[in-house]
Design a protein around this ligand. Structure first.
Ligand SMILES: *Cc1c(COP(=O)(O)O)cnc(C)c1O
Length: 468
């Protein structure tokens, strides 16, 4: 293999990527054509005994998997909470692979370390978080929640004289963990991974929108008085309704109890980038740590999450790593490895830097406000239908609706969701919200415009009519 060997596969990849992205706006947004058997038939060759020409490998890969690619970059993909990816971020991400920087430490990857440091500071500024805060670029919301709760675990146990990094949880003072009833399931998994166990968490009731009840939080905190180390996990942006916990009241209660407050803002922390929407997060500055997903509303390619803590020394104490063969930065440079659970990793700072620079402050605000505005438009257009009920207050980018046929509304709603998925104009997922079936619409893509929403609503109504 000679260096020139990169030319042909990269040229093929660039062409395939351009063709794919150019087709996204008009692509059918549906899962209906998938067929795992057909995919296997195309892809499951015998492992070759010898080499294959790299350009051929890439060309065939793009062709063979094409049927199995979901157009989730489409402005009409509203499943789960899926960001698109901004042009500058995708292009920068190509370079991440080409440069192949092991982005663990400053001495190994100084360029990435500084880009990440700048991108992180830009994010703190943009999101109105403390300038002295520490941050890490992790895999996503799961990584951010897990990292933040590891820092919380360190801090609350250290405050009672226990060194959890050295001695673990065996024999440690009991830590109280309070979570909202409608927390994201990744919080539970973080508690499992950190040795707390998911079912030891004390669950604070939520209201009909999924917001933690701050009175109930106070009551639960008071139920076991004393100085037990305590962690409260709140949420900005429920994955179904988009609702935000009343963070000021929650933060004040947590402060009074001396608890560490973590805010899972995978979706909702981004509204802090918008001066008009930031008031939705009132009180978020009372938290000790925050999680956000850059591959959701910031629209960078997978994968990228952001963890921020107001306690840099605790962050490093909980996550920092040393080894005889490693070479920590001297002179105050930033070692990426000290802020997340990974050692070697790709340079997640590059696409974030590119996204932020290409949009600027106003561009990020416009993108986030745009997603929320398109969610409201969905709500208005659907609420105008007598048989459609909007189940949530649309404050963020999430919409929950229910279709009634007067016979079996759950079955009817599920049938409409299935018909929409089959139709392919847009894609939505289904959910169950407080015991009833609902269609879930999540707008998190920079591409989504009014025409996409109107076309999607028309498709939904056409699918509903087809069931009559
Ligand atoms: C999406 C989401 C997560 C998990 O994020 P991943 O990027 O999938 O790991 C956590 N919390 C909330 C509220 C989310 O919406």
């Amino acid at each position: 293999m000679r260096p020139a060997d990169y030319d042909a596969p990269l040229t093929v990849a660039a062409g395939a990527a351009r063709d794919y992205l150019a087709g996204v706006p008009d692509a059918r947004v549906a899962a209906a054509t998938y067929d795992a058997q057909r995919l296997r038939a195309a892809l499951d060759r015998p492992l070759p005994d010898g080499p294959t020409d790299p350009a051929t490998v890439v060309r065939d890969l793009a062709a063979d998997v094409a049927d199995g690619l979901v157009a989730m970059q489409s402005g009409r993909y509203f499943g789960w909470v899926i960001g698109g990816s901004l042009p500058a971020a995708v292009a920068a991400d190509w370079l991440v692979s080409a440069w192949d920087q092991n982005s663990g430490m400053y001495v190994i990857a100084p360029g990435e370390a500084v880009v990440e440091e700048v991108a992180g500071r830009w994010l703190l500024d943009l999101l109105g978080l403390p300038a002295h805060a520490s941050f890490g670029f992790v895999t996503g919301g799961q990584g951010a929640n897990t990292t933040a709760l590891a820092v919380a675990r360190h801090a609350v146990l250290r405050s009672v004289g226990w060194d959890v990094e050295a001695d673990g949880l065996q024999g440690a003072p009991r830590v109280r963990v309070l979570v909202g009833e409608e927390r994201h399931s990744t919080v539970d998994r973080a508690l499992r991974l950190l040795g707390f166990g998911a079912s030891t968490a004390e669950v604070v009731p939520a209201d009909g929108q999924g917001r933690m009840d701050p009175q109930a939080l106070r009551a639960v905190l008071r139920a076991t008085p004393g100085t037990a180390p305590t962690i409260v996990v709140a949420q900005a942006g429920n994955v179904n309704t988009g609702s935000v916990d009343p963070l000021r009241a929650v933060g004040e209660a947590a402060r009074e109890a001396g608890a560490w407050l973590h805010v899972d803002g995978a979706i909702g922390l981004w509204v802090a980038a918008s001066p008009t929407l930031r008031p939705l997060l009132d009180g978020y500055d009372l938290a000790d740590s925050w999680a956000a997903d850059a591959h959701k509303l910031l629209n960078v390619p997978y994968d990228c999450g952001l963890v921020v803590t107001a306690h840099p020394a605790e962050h490093r104490a909980a996550l920092g790593m040393t080894a005889s063969y490693l070479q920590p930065a001297v002179g105050g440079e930033r070692d990426q490895v000290d802020y997340g659970p990974e050692a070697s990793r790709r340079g997640r700072g590059f696409p974030v830097y590119a996204a932020l620079r290409s949009l600027g402050r106003s561009g990020v605000a416009d993108m986030v406000e745009g997603c929320c505005a398109m969610a409201r438009l969905f709500g208005e257009l659907l609420a105008a239908e007598p048989d459609v009920e909007v189940l949530c207050e649309i404050t963020l980018n999430q919409v929950l609706v229910r279709f009634r046929d007067g016979v079996d509304d759950d079955a009817h709603t599920r049938a409409v969701v299935a018909a929409v998925q089959e139709d392919g104009t847009c894609w939505v997922s289904g959910t169950t919200w407080h015991g009833v079936a609902a269609m879930r619409i999540s707008v998190a893509n920079w591409r989504t415009d009014e025409a996409d929403v109107r076309r999607s609503v028309a498709a939904m109504l056409r699918c509903r009519d087809g069931l009559r």
